[in-house]
Design a protein around this ligand. Structure first.
Ligand SMILES: Cc1cc2nc3c(=O)[nH]c(=O)nc-3n(C[C@H](O)[C@H](O)[C@H](O)COP(=O)(O)OP(=O)(O)OC[C@H]3O[C@@H](n4cnc5c(N)ncnc54)[C@H](O)[C@@H]3O)c2cc1C
Length: 417
């Protein structure tokens, strides 16, 4: 059995950031990077935007070129999902047989898309997490007239905007009152709903989905909670993701909607977790910790863990941040928008096409939302950084900050298994 000084499972943004962080700090030990997909590490944000609308070829999403990866001197094992972990024995079992030993292990396996009951095997129904899925969805979108997007989280809204840009008739269904309401609050969620309607999307909020309608193995519509049906040639299910931790079942690691870690992102002796899969700050504190699903966190947390492996002494306290591009609008959110917070536009206006809003909870600033206001939003981030650096938990953070979907419950296949 080969033993790596550092074994990273999950060859995407978070995993790559650990490898690069180690090398940048002069680490000369062996690093193995194991990935379930056959692709070289690539970036996911363009999948719902530039790749789906055809502006970018899939190659442009690569996080690093071959030469840059070679320079990192990694043992790169792609197309080899990890199947099991033996914490005491310091080894990971891989599909296709064989085991890899480690001195330090980093779990960076991200999320798998949630699905609706009856979705598996039904043609015309899509989820979007991988390059392969983006290619399939794009091909189906180009041939479709009517597209239904289930879920008005970030991913659902972006896919709706892209499909509309391709000239499709688009309906978005979500049980919440406004698109992205749990991330933006009702005022700005309402402005986002108007943006989509102004572009001709049928935004049906307060509309839970009951199931898919099919004929001869192909989806033909979606049934809503009110008993009506919405016809569709293509349905995109964007109802969030589940941390990809199945392979860790029985390993002894704490699993609670993610890998349970402490403030240093340590899950057990010699085991770390980073990125979408990591629930950090959950060990050694009273709360449930925080799990962030955004691109910036994957890199920042990867770099942080590289530092911890090499002996840095710090706690991981990020200011949550995500962006989203829909039509000509770039939304940026620093911090969080907890329930019962107040959201106040402090500059600009939705009608004017650009604004900045402050989010306050318990008398303090916990979030900043920018709408086509990159510079001003960044400036306000400094205030949040100061709050996060204080000894308190990450700014008003809820236990999981999923930017893909509204938290409203939908029946999913996973729930039925
Ligand atoms: C379509 C899309 C658009 C997005 N847009 C934005 C955006 O605009 N802004 C933003 O901030 N964020 C966005 N995100 C979120 C962002 O891409 C993620 O937060 C980020 O990719 C998380 O990185 P990660 O490395 O933690 O996990 P992932 O990128 O999910 O990577 C995990 C990797 O682990 C692999 N893996 C899983 N299980 C195993 C196993 N058992 N063995 C080996 N490998 C395994 C997976 O195949 C995958 O390659 C988007 C996400 C998607 C899907």
């Amino acid at each position: 059995m080969t033993t790596a000084d550092v074994l990273i499972v999950g060859a995407s943004a978070g995993g790559l950031a650990v490898a690069e962080g180690l090398r940048r700090r002069g680490f000369t030990g062996s690093i193995a990077l194991v990935g379930a997909e056959r692709e070289l590490p690539y970036d996911r944000p363009p999948l719902s935007k530039q790749v789906l609308d055809g502006r970018w070829s899939p190659d442009r999403t690569r996080l690093r070129g071959r030469a840059e990866l070679d320079e990192l001197e990694l043992d790169l094992l792609l197309g080899r999902p990890a199947l099991s972990l033996d914490v005491a024995g310091h080894r990971v079992g891989l599909r296709g047989g064989g085991e890899l030993g480690y001195r330090k292990l980093v779990v960076a396996t991200g999320l798998s898309a949630r699905r609706l009951p009856g979705q598996t095997g039904l043609s015309g129904v899509h989820t979007l997490r991988t390059l392969e899925e983006a290619a399939k969805l794009r091909a189906d979108l180009l041939a479709a007239r009517r597209v239904v997007v289930v879920g008005a989280g970030v991913l659902g809204c972006e896919i709706a905007a892209t499909a509309r840009g391709l000239g499709r008739e688009v309906t978005v269904l979500d049980p919440a009152a406004h698109p992205m309401e749990h991330l933006l609050g009702p005022e700005i969620g309402g402005a986002l709903g108007r943006l989509h309607r102004d572009h001709g999307v049928s935004v049906r909020t307060s509309t839970p989905v009951r199931g898919l309608i099919q004929e001869q193995g192909r989806v033909v519509g979606v049934r809503t909670g009110a008993g009506s049906s919405v016809p569709a040639d293509v349905v995109v299910v964007a109802v969030g993701g589940r941390p990809a931790t199945d392979w860790l079942a029985g390993s002894g690691l704490g699993l609670d909607d993610g890998v349970v870690c402490d403030h240093r992102c340590r899950a057990a002796a010699d085991v770390y977790a980073v990125g979408d899969v990591a629930r950090f700050g959950a060990q050694g504190s009273a709360g449930r910790g925080t799990r962030l699903e955004n691109r910036t966190n994957a890199t920042e947390q990867g770099v942080f863990v590289a530092g911890d492996i090499l002996g840095a002494d710090a706690h991981y306290r990020p200011v949550p941040y995500f962006w989203s591009d829909q039509y000509q609008v770039r939304l940026q959110v620093y911090g969080t928008v907890p329930g019962h917070s107040s959201v106040r536009i402090v500059e600009g206006s939705p009608g004017g096409g650009a604004f900045v809003a402050h989010v306050e909870s318990g008398g303090r600033l916990v979030g900043v939302i920018g709408w086509n206001s990159a510079r001003r939003t960044r400036t306000a981030k400094a205030l949040l950084t100061a709050a996060a650096r204080s000894d308190e938990p990450a700014v008003g953070a809820p236990s999981a900050l999923s930017h893909h979907t509204s938290p409203a419950e939908l029946p999913t296949e996973g729930d039925l298994l």
